[in-house]
Ligand binder design. Structure first.
Ligand code: BGC
Ligand code: BGC
Length: 599
């Protein structure tokens, strides 16, 4: 069929299609392409009405009930609405598929990046990216807000686990691998391929380097704070992952909620435009973070003008898209934002939409739905869990355990809780404990790993009461205690004190006197302070936030697979060694150095 316009002609070069399309667009339609609204704040009809360019699901922006099919239907509904606009410009739908497509009930949930960092395995991280792309596309989604290439320098930060590690080179290498998994086909960037999605490299720049107590925007403490570094250090520590991502074909970067050099990043023309776009030649578009332009100034008009002039191309509004469009249109009409700047932003957004093939294939691919959460995908997650485990102590060869052990005590709520295994950014923004999505708990993994003659006795509280058949003073050869942090995301996880909680200490002590050998498994988004308790433990495994496949832990415990993970963060001896700068100034060695891990 003959297409009417050049922009509809798939044989025309993308630059020409963009030019032609923009020649047909009104100012308001252009500005619509710069607006991103969250699904909980907009209907498909409003997407048509205001010619909105992008919709996102933030953490927990889920359909009800939360099923893969409902996700696909929801996204399809928004896409159809966009196609009904005058020019039929497809919508770009984004979501936080940050450890798998983790808002979707039934998806495979991979370990958070901190655990992948411990694996040191770039090809594994790339495969994870590829699987995440398939699960996203199954639900119609072409864009994930990943990889985070944060380089957390202070483990009190609630986003520590979103970083692959504290080391720039490690983060650059694995961030690039994740990006390539999402965007590449056969080893080369191929956004137009029907099995790839757009990655968002985040959060530009210095999000992992903020100072404790420097957040003055809301009641979080270090998240969204100020990165107090000179430019040379900012560039040396926090910029390299972006340089690597650009070389690997990054087309979208998310701006950080943090500040540097007396300015919020969303107002930072020097870093966004002069450094990233001009000096480094970033050809894609910059998306702002959730409501973050609002923090630039109390007056919204000023906030809009400043952020767009600084170089933001698409605004994650996220609530009132119409208000944003009205303000930016006014600013463009009165010259506060030069028309060139609008043109540049829209050109960047539309170019990526064409590169993604959205004009030809706006809908993703629902034929992929059977793959979502499939056994093949879970097998890769299980491999990732095994490779992410870091064995920190193993006295007297406690591990691996024998499958034929007669009685095995297992304690801790976290031993049997998918939600605790997954952490934040799982089904809900903050995550939650409980049976949040299908998966295998550590306990279930242990039960299927042991011999049929083994009695596994599970007591979340670790009491193993006298009423049980084995008598009052149960003494087993081995007990496993699984501890976990309560799930959190972003600044909700900012914590001044990382010592083990009293309840956890008491739990471990209760179990200690019921067994000869005690194995402690810690699921956490960062190292916790365990120094004074560790002498009581025979074996200690850091399992990070492993996700849905807890049997990967059981496989390692029983020696089916070796421990191989290495710390991606230094493990401090006490809070006096936090943040990293304090550790470097400390005369004492850390409890375990970066890169430590027994085999
Ligand atoms: C977070 C981003 C996330 C976005 C959308 C923001 O508050 O900082 O990492 O992608 O919300 O959920
Ligand atoms: C959203 C998140 C977002 C956060 C920012 C939440 O309501 O679900 O995606 O990052 O707000 O504060």
């Amino acid at each position: 069929m003959e297409k009417e316009h050049t922009y509809q002609d798939t044989r025309a070069p993308i630059a020409e299609r963009v030019r032609d399309l923009m020649a047909h667009m009104t100012l308001v339609e252009k500005i619509g392409q710069m607006a991103q609204v969250e699904n909980r704040s907009i209907t498909p009809a409003e997407v048509t009405q205001h010619a909105i360019g992008s919709v996102l699901s933030g953490g927990g922006g889920n359909p009800e009930p939360n099923t893969p099919e409902n996700w696909a239907a929801m996204v399809r509904g928004y896409e159809e609405a966009a196609l009904q606009t005058r020019l039929g410009i497809p919508l770009l739908y984004g979501a936080d598929a940050v450890h798998g497509h983790s808002n979707v009930k039934g998806s495979v949930v991979f370990p958070h990046n901190i655990g992948l960092g411990a694996s040191r395995d770039a090809s594994l991280v790339e495969r994870i990216g590829r699987i995440t792309a398939l699960e996203a596309l199954a639900t119609g989604i072409h864009w994930t807000f990943a990889p985070a290439v944060s380089i957390p320098q202070d483990i009190r930060w609630g986003r520590t686990y979103e970083g692959f590690g504290e080391d720039t080179d490690l983060v650059s290498r694995l961030g690039m691998a994740q990006l390539q998994g999402l965007q590449n086909r056969d080893g080369v960037p191929d956004l137009g391929h029907p099995r790839t999605v757009l990655a968002s490299v985040k959060h530009f720049v210095g999000d992992g380097g903020t100072t404790w107590g420097s957040n003055t925007t809301n009641d979080w403490i270090i998240d969204q704070g100020v990165t107090e570094l000179d430019e040379a250090t900012l560039r040396a520590v926090h910029l390299p992952p972006y340089v690597a991502a650009l070389e690997a074909g990054a087309r979208n970067i998310m701006v950080s909620h943090s500040s540097w050099g007396g300015l919020r990043m969303h107002a930072h023309k020097y870093l966004l435009t002069d450094v990233l776009k001009a000096e480094l030649g970033f050809p894609g578009f910059l998306v702002s973070d959730w409501g973050s332009i609002d923090a630039i100034a109390p007056d919204y008009q000023t906030a809009v003008v400043t952020s767009i002039n600084a170089g933001v191309d698409m605004v994650m509004v996220p609530y009132d898209g119409h208000r944003f469009i009205t303000h930016l249109t006014q600013a463009a009409e009165n010259g506060d934002v030069p028309l060139d700047r609008i043109e540049d932003a829209v050109r960047r957004v539309l170019t990526v939409k064409f590169e993604l093939g959205l004009f030809e294939r706006p809908f993703g691919d629902e034929s992929l739905l059977p793959l979502l959460g499939s056994e093949a995908h879970r097998a890769v997650a299980r491999e990732a869990v095994r490779k992410s485990l870091v064995l920190l102590k193993n006295d007297g060869g406690t591990l691996p355990l024998s499958r034929n052990i007669p009685v095995l005590l297992v304690a801790g709520q976290a031993a049997d809780d998918i939600g605790l295994q997954c952490g934040g950014w799982t089904i809900a923004w903050q995550g939650s404990s409980g049976d949040v999505t299908p998966g295998t708990t550590v306990l279930a993994g242990i039960r299927s790993a042991v011999s049929e003659n083994t009695v596994v006795r599970y007591d979340p509280a670790g009491k193993f009461d006298a009423a049980e058949s084995l008598g009052a003073e149960v003494v087993s050869d081995v007990a496993i205690v699984v501890l976990a942090e309560e799930p959190y995301a972003e600044g909700e996880g900012d914590r001044a004190d990382l010592n083990l909680r009293d309840g956890d200490v008491a739990l471990v002590e209760r179990v200690r006197c019921r067994c000869r050998k005690l194995v402690v498994i810690l699921m956490s988004g960062r190292p916790l302070i365990v120094t004074e308790h560790l002498p009581q433990w025979d074996a200690f495994v850091a399992a990070w936030l492993p996700g849905t496949e807890g049997d990967g832990i059981a496989q390692a415990l029983f020696g089916e697979t070796p421990f191989s993970g290495k710390l991606s963060f230094t493990w401090p001896r006490s809070m006096d060694q936090v943040p990293l700068s304090a550790l470097r100034a400390s005369e004492e060695a850390p409890l375990f150095p970066f890169g430590y891990g027994l085999t």
